[in-house]
Design a protein around this ligand. Structure first.
Ligand SMILES: [Zn+2]
Length: 468
């Protein structure tokens, strides 16, 4: 019932907005309904490179083979729509992570490589910055280095995503409360000292994450990105970071905005490595479940999950064969990268490979790997991935990104805003529209009771009606 009312007001707001004269956001109309319809807290979660084929593959990978039906995943439960991802025209139709993150953080399309600057390289305010201005707490928790494109576009501004050192330096002025991920390489001791002088607690030992009891944290747990999830089974680093972030950020009465990224799904996609990709999605899915549970327990929190783009052109089935066999992937115990590294170093490499892959090599496969191994670790790494693709019948079309739409998942107050076909910029626009109103100059707010939110929707609609 409530959902229908929300929809009705949304349709109304959309048609009015399309007249072009209204700057009032559609969220104003939501407040006609009974509370809570405007979230106090927002969590935006990005599976980097996690196009639709990945979440489908994950469903089959996760399926319990002992039951007849195919069980739903957290993505199936939370699915609400999809979004186009194309960047600003100057970069064509296929986005990179920087332009996509800029769209998701600011609501503005820019060129590939841009970190929350427009096509004239001028900074655009981000969701996290706008939230901070309203007195909310903000944070990021990612599995890449914290100054990688996606978190960077939520925290900072830079003409080129590859300016890692400048981005790290710029974080001194972000005022974000919490930054968790990798990237020690980009934050030398002298820079960390400056963070500490600003009141940040620095943490590099992941096992001490749970001891944290104050926001204002910069936690860097790897030189660059965190290790592949498949090489650290049951470590659940992202879930633990997210759990901690929710605990610390929720102490602010004014609410919080948290960005979470499963960064390495994209890296596995670029590598055309289906085994590592499934483990990274599993890591991300676990973190999504942590937030899903938080939203169930806290009905003032909105979660929106999406991908920035699709990577690798993953195909479930290949070579004209109607088959995809995820069972092959379930028994793999280490990344092909790690297996190759270890296998070039020992004589009885066949036993090691069979053990780690959880399969028996036939003679042809053995010969192929043996030949590759003679040519070194890199060739063996590639051959192992080929073998896994062949056994599971997985296909790839590129080692880059593709331009297809990505899925959108949401739960919590105002989640109907994210239903249906969107553009990636709409996601940011809606999230920004759901922030509390910016504090008004005193003269204008005098008459308003300070604790009661102002509903400006109806008056502005009436005004519009007269003027058009
Ligand atoms: Zn990528």
């Amino acid at each position: 019932m409530k959902r229908i009312k929300l929809f009705a007001s949304l349709i109304m707001s959309t048609s009015l907005l399309s007249w072009g004269a209204v700057s009032a956001d559609s969220a104003d109309l939501l407040s006609i309904d009974s509370a809570p319809n405007r979230p106090k807290n927002m969590v935006i979660m990005i599976g980097d490179g996690m196009g639709p084929a990945y979440t489908s593959a994950y469903r089959y990978y996760q399926d319990n083979p002992n039951t007849q039906e195919i069980e739903q995943t957290v993505f199936d439960r939370l699915f609400v729509g999809k979004a186009s991802t194309y960047p600003a025209a100057v970069s064509g139709l296929v986005t990179d992570s920087a332009a996509a993150a800029t769209a998701l953080a600011t609501g503005v399309k820019s060129y590939n490589g841009a970190i929350s600057v427009d096509t004239n390289k001028q900074p655009i305010p981000t969701l996290l910055e706008l939230a901070k201005r309203r007195g909310m707490s903000t944070g990021v928790a990612v599995t890449s280095q914290i100054n990688h494109a996606t978190p960077a576009a939520f925290l900072s501004h830079e003409a080129d995503r590859s300016h890692y050192d400048a981005l790290a330096q710029s974080y001194l002025n972000t005022d974000a409360d919490l930054m968790l991920g990798g990237g020690q390489k980009y934050f030398p001791a002298s820079l960390i000292k400056q963070f500490e002088a600003k009141g940040y607690h620095y943490l590099s030992d992941f096992s001490r994450l749970n001891d944290l009891n104050q926001p204002k944290v910069i936690g860097l747990f790897a030189e660059v990105e965190l290790p592949w999830a498949i090489d650290e089974p049951n470590t659940n680093r992202l879930s633990k970071m997210v759990q901690k972030a929710l605990e610390l950020l929720s102490r602010n009465d004014k609410g919080f905005v948290l960005l979470v990224e499963g960064s390495l799904i994209d890296w596995a996609g670029h590598d055309n490595d289906i085994a590592s990709a499934m483990a990274e999605i599993h890591e991300f899915a676990n973190a999504v479940e942590v937030v899903e549970q938080y939203v169930r327990n806290n009905n003032d929190t909105l979660m929106v999950v999406t991908a920035d783009h699709n990577t690798g052109g993953l195909s479930i089935g290949a070579n004209d064969e109607y088959r995809w066999d995820p069972q092959v992937l379930r028994t793999i115990q280490a990344s092909p990268e790690k297996i190759a590294k270890d296998a070039v170093a020992i004589d009885d490499w066949r036993t090691l490979v069979e053990l780690r892959l959880g399969l028996e090599l036939d003679e042809q496969e053995y010969q192929q790997l043996a030949n590759a191994r003679m040519q070194g670790q890199k060739r063996l790494h590639a051959s192992l991935k080929q073998l896994i693709d062949k056994r599971s019948n997985t296909g790839w079309t590129t080692e880059g990104h593709t331009g297809i739409d990505v899925q959108v998942f949401a739960s919590g107050p105002a989640s109907p805003l994210f239903f249906g076909q969107l553009d990636n910029t709409d996601i940011a626009k809606h999230l920004i529209s759901l922030l509390p109103k910016e504090p008004q100059p005193k003269a204008q707010t005098k008459a308003v009771a300070p604790t009661k939110p102002v509903n400006t929707a109806l008056p502005s609609l009436v005004t519009l009606d007269k003027n058009t």
